[in-house]
Design a binder for this molecule. Structure first.
Ligand code: GDP
Ligand code: MG
Length: 307
Protein backbone atom coordinates (compact mmCIF):
# COMPACT_ATOMS: atom_id res chain seq x y z
CA UNK A 1 0.00 0.00 0.00
CA UNK A 2 1.29 3.49 -0.83
CA UNK A 3 1.84 6.26 1.68
CA UNK A 4 -1.46 8.07 1.10
CA UNK A 5 -3.50 4.87 0.97
CA UNK A 6 -2.10 3.87 4.31
CA UNK A 7 -2.80 7.13 6.11
CA UNK A 8 -6.20 7.26 4.46
CA UNK A 9 -6.96 3.71 5.60
CA UNK A 10 -5.60 4.50 9.08
CA UNK A 11 -7.86 7.52 9.43
CA UNK A 12 -10.93 5.76 8.10
CA UNK A 13 -12.90 5.85 11.34
CA UNK A 14 -12.01 9.42 12.18
CA UNK A 15 -12.88 10.58 8.68
CA UNK A 16 -16.17 8.68 8.59
CA UNK A 17 -17.38 10.36 11.78
CA UNK A 18 -16.03 13.78 11.03
CA UNK A 19 -16.97 14.06 7.37
CA UNK A 20 -20.46 12.70 7.81
CA UNK A 21 -21.17 15.35 10.42
CA UNK A 22 -19.55 18.17 8.40
CA UNK A 23 -21.30 17.17 5.17
CA UNK A 24 -24.64 16.91 6.97
CA UNK A 25 -24.15 20.35 8.45
CA UNK A 26 -23.12 21.99 5.19
CA UNK A 27 -26.03 20.40 3.32
CA UNK A 28 -28.44 22.02 5.77
CA UNK A 29 -26.93 25.46 5.31
CA UNK A 30 -27.55 27.55 2.21
CA UNK A 31 -25.39 30.34 3.59
CA UNK A 32 -22.55 30.81 6.02
CA UNK A 33 -23.78 32.16 9.34
CA UNK A 34 -22.74 32.20 12.99
CA UNK A 35 -24.74 29.04 13.74
CA UNK A 36 -22.68 27.18 11.13
CA UNK A 37 -19.41 28.12 12.83
CA UNK A 38 -20.76 27.09 16.21
CA UNK A 39 -21.88 23.71 14.96
CA UNK A 40 -18.55 23.13 13.23
CA UNK A 41 -16.85 23.79 16.54
CA UNK A 42 -19.07 21.15 18.18
CA UNK A 43 -18.15 18.62 15.50
CA UNK A 44 -14.44 19.28 15.99
CA UNK A 45 -14.76 18.82 19.74
CA UNK A 46 -16.64 15.56 19.17
CA UNK A 47 -13.64 14.29 17.16
CA UNK A 48 -11.29 15.03 20.07
CA UNK A 49 -9.78 18.17 18.61
CA UNK A 50 -10.24 19.74 22.07
CA UNK A 51 -12.09 22.93 22.99
CA UNK A 52 -9.17 25.34 22.74
CA UNK A 53 -8.03 24.07 19.35
CA UNK A 54 -11.56 23.73 17.93
CA UNK A 55 -12.20 27.32 18.88
CA UNK A 56 -8.91 28.49 17.25
CA UNK A 57 -9.77 26.67 14.03
CA UNK A 58 -13.23 28.27 13.84
CA UNK A 59 -11.82 31.68 14.75
CA UNK A 60 -9.40 31.47 11.82
CA UNK A 61 -12.18 30.21 9.58
CA UNK A 62 -14.43 33.18 10.49
CA UNK A 63 -11.58 35.55 9.75
CA UNK A 64 -10.78 34.02 6.36
CA UNK A 65 -14.44 33.82 5.34
CA UNK A 66 -14.81 37.50 6.11
CA UNK A 67 -11.56 38.57 4.44
CA UNK A 68 -12.15 36.56 1.29
CA UNK A 69 -15.90 37.33 1.28
CA UNK A 70 -16.76 33.65 0.93
CA UNK A 71 -20.48 32.93 0.71
CA UNK A 72 -20.57 29.33 -0.52
CA UNK A 73 -20.66 26.74 2.32
CA UNK A 74 -19.00 24.24 -0.01
CA UNK A 75 -15.76 26.20 0.28
CA UNK A 76 -15.65 25.57 4.03
CA UNK A 77 -14.12 22.11 3.85
CA UNK A 78 -11.25 23.21 1.66
CA UNK A 79 -10.52 26.15 3.95
CA UNK A 80 -10.64 24.00 7.08
CA UNK A 81 -8.27 21.48 5.57
CA UNK A 82 -5.74 24.22 4.94
CA UNK A 83 -6.12 25.71 8.40
CA UNK A 84 -5.57 22.29 9.98
CA UNK A 85 -2.55 21.51 7.78
CA UNK A 86 -1.05 24.86 8.80
CA UNK A 87 -1.69 24.11 12.48
CA UNK A 88 0.11 20.78 12.16
CA UNK A 89 3.03 22.15 10.20
CA UNK A 90 5.32 22.55 13.21
CA UNK A 91 6.88 19.17 12.56
CA UNK A 92 10.34 17.78 11.95
CA UNK A 93 12.00 14.41 11.44
CA UNK A 94 14.29 12.64 13.87
CA UNK A 95 17.60 14.34 14.57
CA UNK A 96 20.08 11.45 14.64
CA UNK A 97 23.26 12.94 13.28
CA UNK A 98 25.80 11.50 15.71
CA UNK A 99 27.16 7.96 15.83
CA UNK A 100 25.74 6.62 17.96
CA UNK A 101 22.59 8.58 18.61
CA UNK A 102 19.87 7.62 21.05
CA UNK A 103 16.10 7.31 20.97
CA UNK A 104 14.49 6.98 24.38
CA UNK A 105 10.91 5.73 24.24
CA UNK A 106 8.65 6.75 27.12
CA UNK A 107 4.94 6.64 27.94
CA UNK A 108 2.42 4.88 30.18
CA UNK A 109 1.67 1.18 30.03
CA UNK A 110 -0.08 -0.22 26.96
CA UNK A 111 0.20 2.81 24.68
CA UNK A 112 2.38 0.95 22.17
CA UNK A 113 5.99 1.69 23.16
CA UNK A 114 7.44 -1.74 22.49
CA UNK A 115 5.56 -2.14 19.22
CA UNK A 116 6.70 1.31 18.09
CA UNK A 117 10.32 0.39 18.84
CA UNK A 118 10.04 -2.68 16.62
CA UNK A 119 8.58 -0.63 13.77
CA UNK A 120 11.10 2.17 14.22
CA UNK A 121 14.02 -0.28 14.26
CA UNK A 122 12.82 -1.74 10.96
CA UNK A 123 12.40 1.71 9.45
CA UNK A 124 15.89 2.87 10.45
CA UNK A 125 17.45 -0.39 9.36
CA UNK A 126 15.85 0.03 5.95
CA UNK A 127 17.63 3.42 5.78
CA UNK A 128 20.91 1.52 6.19
CA UNK A 129 21.44 2.22 9.88
CA UNK A 130 22.80 -0.25 12.38
CA UNK A 131 20.31 -0.33 15.24
CA UNK A 132 20.62 -1.78 18.73
CA UNK A 133 17.78 -2.09 21.23
CA UNK A 134 18.02 -1.80 25.03
CA UNK A 135 15.36 -3.68 27.01
CA UNK A 136 15.17 -1.19 29.87
CA UNK A 137 11.58 -2.08 30.73
CA UNK A 138 12.68 -4.63 33.31
CA UNK A 139 9.44 -4.50 35.25
CA UNK A 140 8.04 -7.72 33.75
CA UNK A 141 9.81 -10.63 32.05
CA UNK A 142 7.12 -10.57 29.34
CA UNK A 143 8.14 -7.04 28.36
CA UNK A 144 11.73 -8.17 27.72
CA UNK A 145 10.54 -11.18 25.69
CA UNK A 146 8.18 -9.01 23.65
CA UNK A 147 10.99 -6.63 22.70
CA UNK A 148 13.11 -9.68 21.84
CA UNK A 149 10.48 -10.81 19.34
CA UNK A 150 10.45 -7.37 17.73
CA UNK A 151 14.28 -7.32 17.58
CA UNK A 152 14.17 -10.59 15.71
CA UNK A 153 11.44 -9.39 13.33
CA UNK A 154 13.34 -6.22 12.56
CA UNK A 155 16.66 -8.09 12.36
CA UNK A 156 18.51 -5.96 14.93
CA UNK A 157 20.53 -6.66 18.11
CA UNK A 158 19.16 -6.29 21.61
CA UNK A 159 20.78 -5.97 25.03
CA UNK A 160 18.85 -7.35 28.00
CA UNK A 161 19.19 -8.20 31.67
CA UNK A 162 16.91 -10.25 33.90
CA UNK A 163 13.47 -9.19 35.06
CA UNK A 164 13.64 -6.78 37.98
CA UNK A 165 17.19 -5.65 37.26
CA UNK A 166 18.25 -2.00 37.20
CA UNK A 167 17.07 -0.29 33.98
CA UNK A 168 19.98 2.14 34.27
CA UNK A 169 22.41 -0.78 34.05
CA UNK A 170 20.65 -2.04 30.90
CA UNK A 171 21.00 1.38 29.29
CA UNK A 172 24.66 1.54 30.33
CA UNK A 173 25.38 -1.87 28.79
CA UNK A 174 23.43 -1.04 25.62
CA UNK A 175 25.56 2.08 25.14
CA UNK A 176 28.76 0.04 25.69
CA UNK A 177 27.59 -2.57 23.16
CA UNK A 178 26.65 0.16 20.65
CA UNK A 179 30.13 1.67 20.94
CA UNK A 180 31.96 -1.64 20.52
CA UNK A 181 29.73 -2.86 17.66
CA UNK A 182 29.69 0.47 15.85
CA UNK A 183 25.92 0.96 16.01
CA UNK A 184 24.34 4.10 14.57
CA UNK A 185 21.20 4.23 16.68
CA UNK A 186 20.35 2.99 20.17
CA UNK A 187 16.64 2.63 20.95
CA UNK A 188 15.73 2.15 24.61
CA UNK A 189 12.44 0.76 25.84
CA UNK A 190 11.28 1.90 29.29
CA UNK A 191 8.67 0.81 31.80
CA UNK A 192 5.29 2.52 31.69
CA UNK A 193 4.10 1.36 35.04
CA UNK A 194 5.93 1.48 38.34
CA UNK A 195 4.81 1.60 41.94
CA UNK A 196 3.89 5.24 41.57
CA UNK A 197 4.34 8.17 39.26
CA UNK A 198 7.27 9.65 41.19
CA UNK A 199 9.05 6.33 40.88
CA UNK A 200 8.51 6.28 37.14
CA UNK A 201 9.73 9.85 36.66
CA UNK A 202 12.78 9.24 38.89
CA UNK A 203 13.69 6.21 36.83
CA UNK A 204 13.40 8.15 33.56
CA UNK A 205 15.55 10.93 35.01
CA UNK A 206 18.19 8.40 36.03
CA UNK A 207 18.24 6.85 32.54
CA UNK A 208 18.61 10.31 31.00
CA UNK A 209 21.54 11.08 33.32
CA UNK A 210 23.33 7.88 32.27
CA UNK A 211 22.84 8.71 28.60
CA UNK A 212 24.18 12.24 28.94
CA UNK A 213 27.12 11.05 31.04
CA UNK A 214 28.12 8.20 28.67
CA UNK A 215 27.30 10.00 25.42
CA UNK A 216 27.64 13.72 26.21
CA UNK A 217 27.84 14.79 22.57
CA UNK A 218 25.24 12.47 21.10
CA UNK A 219 21.89 13.43 19.65
CA UNK A 220 19.13 12.18 21.92
CA UNK A 221 15.48 11.96 20.91
CA UNK A 222 13.03 11.42 23.75
CA UNK A 223 9.82 10.26 22.14
CA UNK A 224 6.61 10.19 24.14
CA UNK A 225 4.22 7.51 22.91
CA UNK A 226 0.50 8.30 23.23
CA UNK A 227 -2.53 6.15 22.45
CA UNK A 228 -4.96 8.03 20.19
CA UNK A 229 -7.91 5.91 21.35
CA UNK A 230 -7.71 7.63 24.75
CA UNK A 231 -8.57 11.00 23.18
CA UNK A 232 -8.12 14.00 25.44
CA UNK A 233 -6.53 11.76 28.11
CA UNK A 234 -3.57 11.47 25.79
CA UNK A 235 -3.23 15.26 25.83
CA UNK A 236 -3.26 15.25 29.64
CA UNK A 237 -0.61 12.52 29.76
CA UNK A 238 1.55 14.56 27.44
CA UNK A 239 1.24 17.57 29.75
CA UNK A 240 2.38 15.52 32.73
CA UNK A 241 5.36 13.97 30.99
CA UNK A 242 6.31 17.31 29.51
CA UNK A 243 6.70 18.71 33.01
CA UNK A 244 9.39 16.21 33.95
CA UNK A 245 11.00 14.88 30.78
CA UNK A 246 12.64 16.76 27.95
CA UNK A 247 10.37 15.41 25.20
CA UNK A 248 11.60 16.04 21.67
CA UNK A 249 8.70 14.43 19.83
CA UNK A 250 5.47 12.50 20.03
CA UNK A 251 4.42 9.20 18.49
CA UNK A 252 0.65 8.82 18.31
CA UNK A 253 -0.38 5.17 18.02
CA UNK A 254 -3.57 3.25 17.22
CA UNK A 255 -5.04 5.86 14.88
CA UNK A 256 -6.40 2.97 12.84
CA UNK A 257 -8.68 1.81 15.65
CA UNK A 258 -10.33 5.07 16.58
CA UNK A 259 -12.58 7.90 15.48
CA UNK A 260 -10.63 10.21 17.80
CA UNK A 261 -7.87 11.09 15.32
CA UNK A 262 -8.56 14.79 15.86
CA UNK A 263 -6.44 14.47 18.98
CA UNK A 264 -3.36 14.86 16.76
CA UNK A 265 -4.42 18.45 16.06
CA UNK A 266 -5.00 19.10 19.73
CA UNK A 267 -1.54 17.81 20.66
CA UNK A 268 0.26 19.70 17.93
CA UNK A 269 -1.52 22.96 18.67
CA UNK A 270 -1.64 22.94 22.48
CA UNK A 271 1.59 21.24 23.49
CA UNK A 272 3.97 22.67 20.95
CA UNK A 273 5.82 19.36 20.73
CA UNK A 274 6.17 18.02 17.19
CA UNK A 275 4.26 14.85 16.32
CA UNK A 276 6.99 12.81 14.59
CA UNK A 277 5.30 9.50 13.82
CA UNK A 278 1.84 7.97 13.73
CA UNK A 279 0.94 4.32 14.26
CA UNK A 280 -1.74 2.98 11.93
CA UNK A 281 -1.74 -0.73 12.73
CA UNK A 282 0.02 -3.59 14.51
CA UNK A 283 2.32 -4.72 11.73
CA UNK A 284 5.98 -3.86 11.35
CA UNK A 285 5.38 -1.42 8.49
CA UNK A 286 2.48 0.36 10.21
CA UNK A 287 4.47 3.36 11.42
CA UNK A 288 4.53 6.53 9.33
CA UNK A 289 6.60 9.68 9.58
CA UNK A 290 4.02 12.36 10.31
CA UNK A 291 3.08 14.38 7.24
CA UNK A 292 0.82 17.35 8.13
CA UNK A 293 -0.54 17.91 4.61
CA UNK A 294 -1.29 14.24 4.05
CA UNK A 295 -2.92 14.01 7.47
CA UNK A 296 -5.18 17.01 6.88
CA UNK A 297 -6.07 15.69 3.44
CA UNK A 298 -6.90 12.25 4.83
CA UNK A 299 -9.33 13.83 7.30
CA UNK A 300 -11.34 15.32 4.45
CA UNK A 301 -10.84 12.99 1.52
CA UNK A 302 -10.69 9.33 0.91
CA UNK A 303 -7.22 9.28 -0.61
CA UNK A 304 -7.14 5.51 -1.15
CA UNK A 305 -6.84 6.04 -4.87
CA UNK A 306 -3.55 7.92 -4.55
CA UNK A 307 -1.30 4.87 -4.16
P1 GDP B 1 3.61 -0.74 25.69
O1 GDP B 1 3.05 -1.29 26.97
O2 GDP B 1 3.56 0.75 25.69
O3 GDP B 1 4.96 -1.26 25.36
O4 GDP B 1 2.62 -1.20 24.53
P2 GDP B 1 2.76 -2.40 23.46
O5 GDP B 1 3.78 -2.08 22.45
O6 GDP B 1 2.92 -3.68 24.20
O7 GDP B 1 1.34 -2.34 22.73
C1 GDP B 1 0.11 -2.55 23.39
C2 GDP B 1 -0.91 -3.04 22.38
O8 GDP B 1 -1.20 -2.03 21.43
C3 GDP B 1 -0.43 -4.25 21.57
O9 GDP B 1 -1.48 -5.16 21.46
C4 GDP B 1 -0.08 -3.65 20.20
O10 GDP B 1 -0.22 -4.55 19.15
C5 GDP B 1 -1.09 -2.52 20.10
N1 GDP B 1 -0.64 -1.44 19.19
C6 GDP B 1 0.49 -0.71 19.24
N2 GDP B 1 0.52 0.22 18.24
C7 GDP B 1 -0.62 0.07 17.53
C8 GDP B 1 -1.18 0.74 16.38
O11 GDP B 1 -0.64 1.68 15.79
N3 GDP B 1 -2.41 0.29 15.95
C9 GDP B 1 -3.06 -0.74 16.58
N4 GDP B 1 -4.26 -1.10 16.09
N5 GDP B 1 -2.57 -1.36 17.66
C10 GDP B 1 -1.36 -0.99 18.13
MG1 MG C 1 6.24 -2.48 26.47
Amino acid sequence: MGFFSKISEGLKKTRANFLEAVDGLLKGHAKIDEELFEELEEILIMCDVGMTTASSICEELRKQVKEQKVTDPDKIKEMMQEIIAEMLSNTEGLKLNTKPSVILIIGVNGVGKTTTIGKLAALLKAEGKKVILGAADTFRAAAIDQLGIWAERAGVDMVKHNEGSDPGAVVYDTIAAAKSRGADVIICDTAGRLHNKKNLMDELAKISRIISRELPDSDVETLLVLDATTGQNAVNQAREFKNTANITGIVLTKLDGTARGGVVISIANELKVPVKFIGVGERIDDLQPFDPKAFAKAMFENTMEFN
